[in-house]
Design a protein around this ligand. Structure first.
Ligand code: RIB
Length: 302
């Protein structure tokens, strides 16, 4: 089994169940509130650990109670947490997530110590990259660090997976030599600076990213499935039909499951099918890390 390194964010999510998301200027009554471990990087590393991967993380939390809880949760699924820095006096990242009765959400992140995942921290834990075969990143830490980590991973010959969320446009050279990017349709639009609505538009946008040097794109389209684009092929892969109750972290679950399947020697198509199954289960459950299925559940349910 290959080793995986995730470089990214950790947030404690405050999840608010609400009949609907209020419009600007409106006050409404919610139904419940709870804290659930989240953060795009942490959700991906948690998924990889829970599904049996050999995985480490580089990130940062504060020396607060949320930081303790984030690290404890990752340890439960055997994530190597030695690259997660405890920042003295720092405040762990947080996300505020109203989820409505149809399972839709909106998310506001207060980055906290995620902002301190800088190049010095990357250097400090560079040995974790040396020990790994696959490097997984998102865009919820400083983009300068994401760029430096990508350059480092290219030089070391690692397989690189980027989940471009929260999506931010990057200099063209950033995309060169990335093995996989996994945007959803909205994020893909942000990467190329256009709103996308149709399959033809998704394909044209994906082709633009290939021209920038990305090797493969997995564009997740929610209940419509997933578009796999490479320089030589394109294919729509249908989604598993489920009743969604909360889509929070479904994309993170997809990325983590895809990475772990590749690390275990599955083919690209097998890894996508595995990721689609894992994320289909995740949307039937509430919360971020609380929604990630076990390996047995993924294998049993489809
Ligand atoms: O992708 C879902 C995640 O986005 C949440 O867990 C939240 O922390 C934000 O980072």
């Amino acid at each position: 089994m290959k080793k995986i390194l995730v470089i990214g964010s950790l947030n404690m999510d405050t999840v608010i169940e609400t009949p609907r998301i209020p419009v600007p200027g409106e006050t409404i009554m919610g139904e419940s509130v709870k804290n659930v471990p989240g953060g795009k990087g942490a959700n991906q590393v948690y998924t990889i650990g829970k599904l049996g991967g050999d995985v480490s993380m580089i990130g940062a939390v504060g020396d607060d109670n949320f930081g303790d809880r984030m690290i404890e949760n990752l340890k439960k699924v055997n994530v190597n947490v030695e690259g997660i820095e405890r920042i003295e006096g720092g405040t762990t990242g947080q996300a505020f997530i109203p989820v409505d009765d149809s399972g839709e959400n909106s998310i506001i992140v207060i980055g906290g110590t995620n902002g301190q995942v800088d190049e010095a921290l990357l250097k400090k834990y560079e040995y974790l990259m040396d020990e790994s075969d696959i490097v997984v990143m998102q865009q919820e830490i400083p983009l300068t660090t994401v760029m430096a980590a990508k350059e480092m991973a290219v030089k070391k010959g690692k397989l690189i997976i980027v989940d471009p969320a929260p999506a931010a446009a990057m200099p063209d050279e950033f995309w060169k030599d990335i093995d996989y990017i996994k945007p959803n349709e909205t994020e893909l639009g942000i990467l190329i600076g256009k709103e996308l609505h149709t399959q033809e538009e998704y394909k044209a946008a994906a082709a633009e990213m290939l021209k920038k040097g990305v090797k493969h794109l997995l564009v997740t389209l929610g209940s419509k499935g997933c578009l796999l684009m490479t320089p030589d092929s394109e294919e729509f892969l249908p989604a598993n039909k489920v009743q969604a109750v909360d889509t929070t972290a479904a994309g993170d679950c997809f990325t983590g499951a895809f990475a772990v399947a590749l690390s275990q020697g599955k083919t690209e198509k097998e890894a996508i099918a595995f990721a689609q199954k894992a994320s289909a289960i995740a949307v039937t459950r509430k919360g971020a890390q609380t929604s990630v299925p076990s390996l047995e559940e993924v294998l049993e349910n489809f």
